[in-house]
Design a protein around this ligand. Sequence first.
Ligand code: C5P
Length: 232
Amino acid sequence: MGRDVIVACDFSSKADVMTFLDKFVDVKPFVKIGMELFYAEGPEIVREIKKRGHKIFLDLKLHDIPNTVKKAMSVLSRLDVDMTNLHASGTVAMMEAAIEGLTRPDGTRPLLIAVTQLTSTSEERLKKDLLINETMENTVMHYASNAKISGLDGVVCSPLEAERVHNKCGKDFLTVTPGVRFAENDKGDQVRVMTPAEAKRIGSDYIVVGRPITAAEDPVAAYKRCVAEFVD
Ligand code: C5P
């Protein structure tokens, strides 16, 4: 599996996402569809974007009892997405059930990756709200290793954690990293950021890039620049 740039299509309507994707004529980026668009437009939006030739990362972050997640994953596998995810905090039993549900009758399945701790959770909240008295780093690495044990393909993590995740879980365990900005870009609400070239250097497998592409004056040029820095 090669490195790739995933464009976060954080739009709230079909009209907006289609206007954006219409700009891409000679290239069909791997796109991420999140809760906002999926809850607004339903599964049909996934089928339509897939029909246009895009690979899809469906970012719904499932977290429920194993049986419910297994059944939900089975529905998602029939949507023919290429990658989807869940919360590692749902436990190894939940992650194993997810893999079972996601696997199609012919043995194929979309890539399944885990969210470890959300980057919006601070070490203070980890202790106070979740009663986890480990450091954030230990918690993230432990969750990543649970995901690996459960048979998942990788984790979503900060580009700054990608190297450590690879050291602990192996080179082939995928790291999907948001928080990417061009050197001259405004960071927006992201705090810890890396350029596509830096993410490549530290070994990210996929970068997830939203506003540097979706809000660019020329989104196609911005996407191609990401590919040139990260993939080529
Ligand atoms: O616009 P921007 O490049 O910041 O978008 C990054 C995308 O990655 C968004 O869809 C955001 O929800 C997602 N994401 C993130 N940080 C995480 C997990 C997901 O920014 N830790």
